[in-house]
Design a binder for this molecule. Structure first.
Ligand code: OSB
Ligand code: MG
Length: 366
């Protein structure tokens, strides 16, 4: 069925609590939603680009511009997700924008055919263990309170954001307070350089699952060097833009674990390629997050249910982010979140809520 039009919709979603990382503090998520309309189904997707290019080179206004000016005009009206990928391929970069369009097309096609995204991807689990990413705080007691609260809710793994000046002390305090059995990892969002290697090696004593993206995006060789100097396994996030990057990182020994964010790498088809590659090489995977609403979260749950996703991810319950989500909220049950089973991503926006948070809409007819 031919696409009749595509809607770009911007929504403003206040976070329940500010989220501070080494690159900035987020208090409100400015989200771009893509809705692909066909005569027999509508597909939804969320673009993970943030309001400023601090995590990655993309930003949400730029993603909207690339979609309306290049990606949507190149999309054949009868394209499926593979066709969408091929049509967008000549345009360099802009993977977050591409991922949103490809995913919305995929969702529309799967809904029309009555197949869930989880089934399409080859998911093997019906629920996934839930971890939580904890921002940089003003003090260690505040951090301990926050982590204690999340553990009381049932989260099975804690990730602490770190940066120079907020690393050994808070990590040591969390390990000390919550004990050796706590699944604990850290994420530096590229805040260090290789000259910090001996400092980062002092994290080894805390028995972390991994250290995520300690060095800059394009420091692939430096990560390989750092891996030789740390006992803590290195996980890459920002450095992995594609399956080709994943292959390079694995070959170089730059990481032994990958945080897969479908938005960052261009979509769920590319995520599945990384899954198959990593699995063949014995590299562990987990599904990261970008403070998604229920639309992005639903799709990530399907991915995280694939067999190669062997570590708990950053897919937390809706209420960890938003007082009112735009979909029925995802809830934690015994530390797990259920994988949607309905056609496509398996969830729909709640129209009243969606209206309330919408700041702009744009309809692009085909
Ligand atoms: O580096 O994983 C990251 C959020 C925004 C941008 C980058 C990152 C994050 C998170 C939060 O860590 C993950 C989540 O709970 O959605
Ligand atoms: Mg990260």
């Amino acid at each position: 069925m031919k696409i009749t039009g595509i809607e770009l919709r911007r929504i403003a979603m206040p976070l329940v609590t500010p989220f501070r990382t080494s690159f900035g503090t987020e208090t409100e998520r400015d989200v771009l939603l893509v809705r692909v309309v066909t005569p027999d189904a509508e597909g939804w997707a969320e673009c993970v680009a943030m309001s400023e290019p601090l995590y990655s080179p993309e930003h949400v206004d730029g993603a909207a511009e690339v979609l309306r000016r290049f990606l949507i005009p190149a999309l054949p009206a009868d394209a499926d997700a593979y066709g969408a990928g091929r049509a967008m391929e000549p345009f360099k970069g802009h993977r977050m924008a591409k991922a949103a369009l490809e995913t919305a097309v995929l969702d529309a096609r799967l809904r029309a055919g009555g197949q869930s995204l989880a089934s399409f991807l080859g998911a093997s689990a019906d629920r996934v263990p839930s971890g939580v990413s904890v921002g940089i705080m003003g003090s260690v007691p505040e951090l301990l309170d926050t982590v204690g609260g999340y553990l009381a809710e049932g989260y099975v793994r804690i990730k602490l954001k770190i940066e120079p000046g907020w690393d050994l002390e808070p990590v040591g305090a969390v390990r000390e307070r919550f004990g050796a059995d706590l699944l604990l990892q850290v994420d530096a969002n590229a805040a260090y350089t290789l000259t910090d290697a001996s400092h980062l090696a002092r994290l080894d004593e805390f028995g972390l699952l991994l250290i995520e993206q300690p060095l800059a995006n394009d420091d692939m060789v430096q990560h390989a060097e750092l891996a030789k100097r740390l006992r803590t396994p290195i996980c890459l996030d920002e450095s992995i833009d594609s399956a080709a990057h994943a292959a390079a990182a694995i070959t170089l020994g730059a990481c032994s674990i990958i945080n897969v964010k479908p938005g960052r790498i261009g979509g769920y088809l590319e995520a599945r390629r990384i899954h198959d590659l990593a699995r063949a090489h014995g590299v562990a995977l987990w599904c990261g997050g970008m403070l998604e609403t229920g639309i992005g979260r639903a799709a990530n749950l399907a991915l995280a249910a694939m067999p190669g996703f062997t570590l708990p991810g950053d897919i937390s319950a809706s209420r960890r982010y938003y007082a009112t989500d735009i979909t029925p909220p995802f809830e934690l049950q015994d530390g797990y979140i259920g994988v949607p089973t309905g056609p496509g991503i398996g969830v729909d926006p709640v129209q009243d809520v969606l209206k309330e948070v919408t700041t702009a809409t744009e309809w692009i007819p085909f």
